[in-house]
Design a protein around this ligand. Sequence first.
Ligand code: NDP
Ligand code: ZN
Length: 175
Amino acid sequence: MSDTTLILRAAAFAARQHRDQRRKDAEASPYINHPLELARVLAEVGGVTDTATICGALLHDTIEDTATSKAELAEHFGTEIAALVAEVTDDKGLPKAERKRLQVEHAASISDKAKRIKLADKICNLTDVASSPPADWSLDRRREYFDWAKQVIDRLRGVDPVLEAAFDQAYAGRP
Ligand code: NDP
Ligand code: ZN
């Protein structure tokens, strides 16, 4: 299968899995816009051409937010991509505050490909919190989100100067 085919399959699979979900912004944007934006940022801003990284970005929220298993991803996309998605998946069995703490704790020890996906995820979410935040978030909550994202990214720096600079630029929009 060509790289292009695999990437388009990942986009189509994510679209199907997230089909009934919406982002938390006031307009309730289609969820799939978010994984597509991660992949675009990686390719266009980061110059990433690695197919596993692009597919991992497209699929990054499928295990966490849809009824998708790591085994299912392995079956469709191979073990490398499945492992990459698992690396950026929170343990939903844990309370939210603990999951946030663990993201900071684990950031330094994930693979370089997973670090780039994390960078793109935080870049996109900071951009969203700045320009189209969840409707009910107070100023304090938006600021807390920026600060937590920076704590995560500060632990994984040294992997990709271009994406790290793009993160810093997004962080500069802190409300
Ligand atoms: P989160 O803080 O986890 O919500 C943010 C997540 O929602 C993002 O990481 C993103 O995740 C997703 N998302 C969807 N739409 C948007 C959007 N438009 N903009 C940005 N992100 C979006 O929310 P939780 O409800 O899980 O909150 C849990 C934590 O929030 C608690 O641990 C607590 O610390 C804190 N909190 C603070 C409050 C306050 O007033 N200060 C009040 C309540 C909680 P993804 O990329 O995975 O989709
Ligand atoms: Zn995400």
